[in-house]
Write a protein that binds this ligand. Structure first.
Ligand SMILES: [Zn+2]
Length: 453
């Protein structure tokens, strides 16, 4: 377990996220709602790029995985069968001195007993079980029969629809069902910015298999998932696949990895990859009375499939991408003096904006018209941002700070004023090296397409 933390770096990241419109506190003008976050214009693009890429590699690029999108409000019987109604709880203790609500594992052990971590008080309530699910009522009748839950994970709707999807997709084992969607947990202590939130998004795959394939597929999916994080720009050396020890694993799991990342606030879990055996399907088969068995045409065997589950947190991954991308270097300002440059070094495929487009001067109609033509040319393929205000160096900095990998500048050479041979060429600037090259406008779409993968 890594204990190295860098609170100062984390503070800068949180401040950048708000300043540039990645992430805001939910209901901020009313004082905020704890543990809930809103994604701004850049945050939503980043998050979508991540989810779309996950969907592309997990569903579209594979023959053995199909997708689904289940409802958030969930029948209580589903969550009774899965064990969430009974068991999905944390022991909770209140401090009578400072009124803090605490998870039992947050208390400080001192000789002579336990203490409140806030005030040092010893006047504590007995632990009580606190269910982490949000309960709500469906329909007009407010009684026991109308109770539903906001799903605490997306996985259960996959298990519950397993039979339908098996039949209509005509897949053979092993095959998977993928889902991206919101889930809700009433965390006692949300913390570390968006890392532990009460409303969050998951990218989950339930990969069904024969019992004898389970352990091998656990290893396979652990490796696939590590590769995924690398392919969106996270350094392999900052990722860790922790083998969850026997006594900490769910009792039905035959093996679980936690994929962890070195956040500025410490090493924390991004994703769990768990071999859940046939536990979930068996529970639902028992509780619903409906067969969830698979019939193997070749061997004529009938059995409940086992499942390996890579379950990733979208918000955690977005936060990891921002933390990983954040960097500061030295670059010359307009007058050639060195200054600190903030750069988000996003992997181009996940960057919210792919290319900035700038006319050198905003009061020259020819430069402006040409730049707007380029915006139209590129907009069909990629996200572009047009900016004409301020010195060109400042405009570059603004794009560096939000991680835009490329910048295109329209200058007088573009208009053919200095050298007719340079007519309809622009400078293409690279965010990381800050190097500029001269390219023909008509080549821009192909050049960017090649570099944006
Ligand atoms: Zn206290």
């Amino acid at each position: 377990m890594s204990t190295e933390t860098d609170p100062q770096r984390m503070e800068k990241i949180v401040s950048l996220c708000k300043r540039r419109g990645f992430i805001f506190q939910s209901s901020e003008i009313y004082g905020g709602l704890n543990g809930l976050w809103d994604y701004g214009p850049l945050g939503v693009e980043l998050k979508r790029n991540l989810k779309n890429y996950w969907w592309q590699v997990t569903v579209h690029e594979r023959d053995d995985v199909v997708g689904m999108d289940g409802s958030i409000l969930t029948h209580p019987a589903v969550l009774k069968a899965s064990g969430h109604v009974e068991g999905f709880s944390d022991p909770m203790i209140d401090c009578r001195t400072c009124k803090a609500h605490l998870r039992a594992d947050q208390l400080i052990e001192k000789k002579g007993g336990q203490q409140c971590p806030n005030c040092g008080g010893k006047d504590l309530t007995a632990p009580r079980q606190f269910n982490l699910m949000f309960e709500t009522q469906v329909g007009a009748a407010a009684d026991e029969s109308s109770i539903a839950y906001l799903r605490p994970e997306t996985a259960q709707s996959i298990f519950v629809q397993f039979k339908n999807i098996l039949e209509i997709s005509r897949k053979k084992l092993p095959f998977g069902i993928a889902q991206i969607g919101k889930a809700f947990r009433n965390e006692i202590n949300p913390r570390n910015f968006t890392f532990r939130s009460r409303e969050f998004e998951q990218m989950e795959l339930e990969y069904f298999c024969r019992p004898e394939q389970g352990m091998e597929l656990l290893e396979y999916w652990k490796e696939e998932r590590l590769k995924f994080y690398e392919s969106v720009g996270i350094l392999r050396s900052k990722l860790h696949a922790l083998t969850v020890p026997d006594d900490e694993r769910a009792f039905y799991s035959k093996g679980t990895y936690d994929i962890e990342y070195d956040f500025p606030f410490g090493r924390q879990e991004l994703e769990g990859v768990a071999y859940r055996t046939d536990y979930d399907l068996s529970q639902h088969q028992k509780a619903s009375g409906k067969s969830l068995e698979y019939f193997d045409e070749e061997t004529k065997q009938r059995f409940v499939p086992h499942v390996v589950e890579p379950s990733a947190g979208v918000d955690r991954a977005v936060l990891a991408l921002i933390c990983e991308a954040y960097s500061e270097d030295q670059a010359p300002d307009e007058k050639g003096r060195m200054e600190t440059r903030i750069v988000l070094r996003f992997q181009p495929r996940i960057a919210p904006i792919k290319c900035g487009v700038f006319p050198l001067l905003k009061n020259n109609p020819l430069l402006v018209a040409k730049a707007k033509e380029i915006v139209q040319l590129l907009r069909a393929q990629i996200t572009v941002f047009y900016d004409e205000s301020g010195a060109i160096g400042r405009r570059y900095r603004r794009q560096d700070e939000i991680g835009t990998p490329f910048g295109v500048t329209v200058d007088f050479e573009t208009l053919g004023e200095k050298d007719p041979a340079l007519r309809d060429t622009v400078t293409l600037r690279d965010r990381d090296s800050m190097k500029q090259e001269r390219v023909a406008i008509q080549d821009l779409p192909a050049i960017l397409r090649e570099r944006l993968v």
